[in-house]
Ligand binder design. Structure first.
Ligand code: C2O
Ligand code: CU
Ligand code: CU
Length: 850
């Protein structure tokens, strides 16, 4: 086979280049031999390493010779290339015979080329030198020939099947070998260069003088040296592509497919070379500052990263406030216009929109509060101090005005119109929670009044002392009005309680615990549409975010109010100190009860004593919360742990002992109950808002409970939902009879186990009770003194507004059966209103323009 000279020269030129640099785009390369040699069978230590020729075939003495030749494939072809074809070209310069098959076999062990150089025509070989391959040895060692690394099989270790064969004929011509087997060999040498031992060249010699002599890579005629031409496909060139979000993908060079920034040929994604993207980062400060930076930098600044490529324009950063920097506000005692606080008196209490600073670092917040003077108002409202048997009168005045001083005509917050009774009006009505009062002054949710209007409520205070609170109760928007701030304490006292010597004066503090979320401008943040629950991200006590309170070394009486819309509190002290609970919503317990925690759902109150006498001055004692939100929920989920901090001062406080008995309590007897009513608490669906909370599947206008005046009844609250509902009844205080779990997987309610009586701290007069999921809570109440319609409801305000609030109507015994059962219409209503009017003689309710 002849090779055209022109082509050959071109190949050689490229070969020289190829040996110098690894070509990255060429697909054909000619490679010169890296080493070659001849092994002579007649003597185990003959070779011809540095000679100009190598031989295969028989000498005239019929002694075998074999050639060896190798090429540095990996040095000339980029790793990862695919070998397409291989051509070995040798120049044959001397022979004594005609055509002869010459085979190439893949050699399986390393061999070498030394400096041996035979003389003359070189056919007889020369003494092997260091590193030469001989018939016996792969790598001859002049100093220790017998221990030179030897072939396993003298004459060379090679694959039995030839990789390629060519017929070699006349001398002075080029011959070429090209085969699939050689492609396989070269690919293997490229992929695993350590196995590249080249080929052994074996002439298919039969007769003596069947021999072929080939020029070696030392031949002085460079054009006749061995050449291996390899056609290959280089590995696809790739590079890393950085997307804007910092993710890296490998794409084909030159990166035309890269959506982003191509990093150049040969770059890869490990490690990720892409610049970290920016995103919105919320810094933990009072203004909800947002910066656009990387996640790493955001973390370094203590911020909360909002995600790659998010922007501050699209992010709302929460206001993060430092706890315990503001002193606890103590609501002022409401000042009457006639009479004295604590005695019979008349008050003007105006509901006004004011600015109030709720945390050191917040701009003033627009709130709605109650004011006892001609201007101003406070959130929470001033505390009404009253005494059993001493009635008071309150003129509740709706004086809500906008920033310009005009009476408001709409609500401050967005009003979702889905809940029953919701309207976008600043309508209000004041309910005295825990008040045993005539229906006309109870703050009937539909008896709302607008800015410029006022009502006068007479509160008889014919009830035991207790921790009451007043708050808004407008149908459909109670949660919004209370969230704006409309709540305050109303304490009822008497001489019996005063004689107990409980901590009083500066040592008696009412604590309204609530949660709120703020916008960076200080305004209150509340969802625009009705939600199942609302949980604020900060906790306020008496209208300050996470306040501190300096306490003297002694006992304090704290009247704790769960005043949140939805959030239940599970309160403990950071020191592990106990609380001594002395009362519930409706007044003192028969005896103090020491508890390690207080669970306070919306609406409930706990009257507790904490003793700071044993703590050194400077001690910080935190009131902590661990209740999940929603409740009971999953431990840890939704918890806001801080509530407030007590700091012990170096001053003596109230150190008198707590009496071991407080106040005898009448225990209602189940045997006196004339009626047992069931109330199933469950979630329903609603076409407007999706969901709605229901009691017995009924709504506000469905009046089906008509307790007779003076009757004792047992009410069973049966919670078929996944949330605890704090159930509240107006008019009455009740006692908890027991709790029992139930199973409803069968479709009907099957009580499990035996009913458990309430723990002692819950065995007092109550008006709100926790009903846990899958629990039946039985309460007993006596419907005394007043007839008329009163609400009972879940005190989670989001539930109360939609539509977990219904009404019972107390009726006169004689008249009860007939209308309640036979008429449920207008006639009955008129009749009952008439009855109510006859019974209620000590109260009046009027609406008139201010
Ligand atoms: Cu405190 Cu009907 O509510
Ligand atoms: Cu109430
Ligand atoms: Cu509820």
């Amino acid at each position: 086979m002849d090779t055209k000279n022109g082509a050959w020269v071109a190949v050689v030129t490229s070969s020289i280049l190829a040996l110098c640099t690894v070509p990255v785009s060429a697909d054909v390369v000619a490679i010169g031999a890296s080493h070659d040699n001849t092994m002579f069978e007649e003597d185990s230590i003959l070779s011809n390493g540095a000679g100009e020729f190598f031989f295969t075939g028989l000498t005239r003495d019929t002694v075998l010779r074999r050639g060896l030749i190798a090429f540095d494939v990996a040095g000339a072809i980029p790793a990862g290339s695919t070998v397409n074809s291989v051509t070995l070209t040798l120049y044959m310069s001397r022979t004594k015979t005609g055509d002869m098959d010459v085979d190439l076999h893949k050699v399986q062990a390393a061999w070498g080329e030394g400096t041996s150089h035979a003389s003359g025509e070189e056919g007889g070989g020369d003494a092997a030198t260091n590193g030469d391959a001989t018939w016996m040895y792969r790598l001859f060692d002049e100093n220790d020939p017998p221990n030179s690394p030897a072939w396993t099989t003298p004459g060379g270790d090679y694959a039995p099947t030839p990789s390629g064969t060519a017929v070699v004929g006349n001398r002075m011509a080029f011959y070429s070998w090209s085969s699939a087997g050689m492609v396989t060999d070269v690919q293997a040498w490229l992929d695993t260069p350590g196995t590249n031992y080249g080929w052994i060249v074996i002439g298919n010699a039969v007769d003596d003088r069947d021999t072929k002599r080939f020029n070696t890579h030392e031949n002085t005629d460079t054009a006749t040296r061995p050449e291996l031409v390899v056609d290959f496909t280089p590995p696809a060139l790739t590079g890393a592509c950085c997307a804007a979000d910092g993710t890296c993908t490998v794409v084909l060079d030159p990166g035309t497919n890269c959506t982003g920034t191509y990093q150049g040929a040969g770059t890869d994604c490990t490690p990720n070379p892409c610049p970290e993207p920016d995103g919105a980062c919320c810094l933990p400060d009072a203004s909800g500052t947002c910066v656009e930076t990387t996640a790493t930098d955001c973390a370094a600044q203590g911020g909360t990263f909002q995600g790659d490529l998010t922007t501050c324009g699209g992010a709302t950063c929460p206001v993060v406030l430092e706890p315990f920097v503001d002193p606890l506000p103590l609501p002022a005692v409401a000042q009457p216009i006639t009479g004295t606080p604590g005695g019979a008196a008349t008050y003007d209490l105006a509901i006004r929109q004011v600015q109030q600073q709720l945390h050191r670092d917040l701009p003033p917040t627009t709130v709605w509060g109650y004011g006892d003077g001609p201007t101003g108002a406070a959130y929470p409202g001033p505390t009404l101090e009253t005494t059993t048997g001493e009635p008071i009168t309150v003129n509740w005045i709706n004086d809500l005005r906008d920033g310009g001083g005009a009476l408001r005509t709409d609500h401050y917050l967005n009003v979702d119109l889905c809940p029953h009774g919701a309207v976008n009006l600043p309508k209000i009505v004041v309910h005295l929670h825990g008040g045993h009062v005539p229906a006309a002054v109870d703050g009937y949710p539909e008896a709302t009044f607008l800015p410029g209007e006022q009502v006068t409520y007479d509160y008889p205070n014919n009830q035991l002392p207790g921790t009451l609170w007043y708050h808004d109760h407008a149908l459909g928007i109670t949660r919004l009005n209370v969230y704006m701030g409309l709540a305050g304490f109303y304490l009822v006292r008497d001489a019996v309680e005063a004689a107990l010597g409980l901590p009083s004066g500066e040592f008696e503090v009412a604590l309204a615990v609530q949660d709120r979320t703020f916008n960076p401008d200080g305004s209150l943040s509340y969802p625009a549409t009705w939600q199942d629950h609302f949980f604020g991200d900060t906790i306020l006590v008496n209208g300050k975010v996470w306040p501190y309170f300096n306490v003297k070394q002694g006992k304090y009486r704290f009247r704790l109010l769960g005043g949140s819309s939805s959030r239940t509190y599970h309160l403990t002290l950071s020191t592990g100190d106990p609380f001594v609970q002395i009362g519930t919503e409706g007044g003192l317990l028969p005896a103090p009860v020491t508890v390690s925690s207080i669970t306070l759902p919306p609406g409930e109150r706990a009257d507790v004593i904490i003793d700071f006498a044993g703590h050194a001055p400077g001690t910080q004692i935190d009131l902590l919360n661990s209740a999940p939100a929603p409740y009971p929920g999953t431990p840890g989920v939704g918890v806001i742990p801080d509530v407030m901090r007590f700091i012990v001062q170096d001053q003596p406080g109230h150190t008198d002992a707590i009496p071991s008995t407080l106040r005898a309590m009448e225990v209602l007897d189940e045997l006196d109950a004339t009626e047992t009513r069931d109330f199933v608490l469950e979630k329903g669906s609603d076409p407007c808002s999706g969901q709605v909370w229901l009691i017995n599947g009924l709504g506000w206008d469905d009046v089906t409970e008509f307790p007779e005046l003076g009757a004792t009844e047992v009410w069973r609250f049966i919670n078929q939902s996944g949330n605890m509902h704090p159930m509240h009844m107006h008019l009455v205080f009740f006692q908890v009879l027991d709790r029992q779990a139930f199973d409803d997987s069968s479709g009907s309610i099957v009580p499990i186990g035996s009913p458990m009586p309430p723990p002692p701290e819950e065995a007092g007069w109550k008006d709100t009770v926790k009903v846990a999921p899958n629990e039946i809570v039985r309460v007993i109440a006596r419907f005394e003194d007043y007839t008329g319609k009163y609400p009972y409801h879940c005190h989670i305000l989001e539930h109360e507004d939609h539509e977990m609030m219904r009404q019972f109507q107390v009726v006169c015994p004689a008249a009860a059966a007939i209308p309640a059962v036979t008429f449920k219409g207008v006639l009955a209503l008129i009749f009952f209103l008439a009855v109510t009017g006859a019974i209620v003689v000590r109260s009046r309710s009027t609406a008139r323009t201010v």
